[in-house]
Ligand binder design. Sequence first.
Ligand SMILES: *[C@@H]1O[C@H](CO)[C@@H](O)[C@H](O)[C@H]1NC(C)=O
Length: 295
Amino acid sequence: MVFSCKVGVYVVVLLVASGMAMGATPKKAVNVPFGRNYVPTWALDHIKYFNGGNEIQLLLDKYTGTGFQSKGSYLFGQFSMHIKMVPGDSAGTVTAFYLSSQNSEHDEVDFEFLGNRSGQPYILQTNVFTGGKGDREQRIFLWFDPTKAYHSYSILWNLHQIVFFVDDIPIRVFKNSKDLGVKFPFNQPMKLYSSLWNADDWATRGGLEKTDWSKAPFVASYKGFHIDGCESSVNAKYCATRGKHWWDQKAYQDLDAYQYRRLKWVRKRFTIYNYCTDRVRFPKMAPECKRDRDA
Ligand SMILES: *[C@@H]1O[C@H](CO)[C@@H](O)[C@H](O)[C@H]1NC(C)=O
């Protein structure tokens, strides 16, 4: 009796202490309806809602695509979305999920999913813009069919690194390379955006494959609208509670050995394109490429 009582007190103290650190670990995302954190951006009639908004679909037809954005702006955090890509013949369509700032010194962190003809693999393209500079494309094939089931796509952003995850497997790391003269997003909040649109002028095999409109509408499905970020006003220069969130902790400032092994596996097996190794386009390698490693 006495013993279990003490254990009980100890547990309570621990819970209170970790609660005070403003969420020392990632929260398990419970079902959050679309409308709590997001609003449609354009073509409102091309978004369909299910289960009280816990699940939505974006529709693309020959008239328009559609998109949505977060209500809030965020400085640091982890931003994830569960997406089931356009199934069947999706060549020419692009589904995007990204973070973007609103100011002129543009920061942006992108996931772009390029559709393909039935049975042909999707391409996942990622890119990072800092201080208005982009041209940092990387492309991979996925190790699963992203149209068959929901998978999670997420971005971890803190002062040390930006990590792209697919189902908790890191597929790309963009380290803070301020010491090498590379800008890193740290003083402009970003909003989350997602959209489905037609890009058959460039997306599939460089624009060779055209969207087959007889297959429209093209449908991408979404769920998991929880956002784990430090919310700030659009013009804020810093996060008022920086250093107090789980993503600021030591464990999230770099990948661990296991995560590096996973990253290495993805890069070795699935890379299609990497701007860091494109000597034709970039005879002089971008400085941050020194850190674009997998071990
Ligand atoms: C589509 O499939 C072809 C053939 O397998 C492949 O070369 C291409 O990279 C795939 N993806 C896109 C978006 O074109």
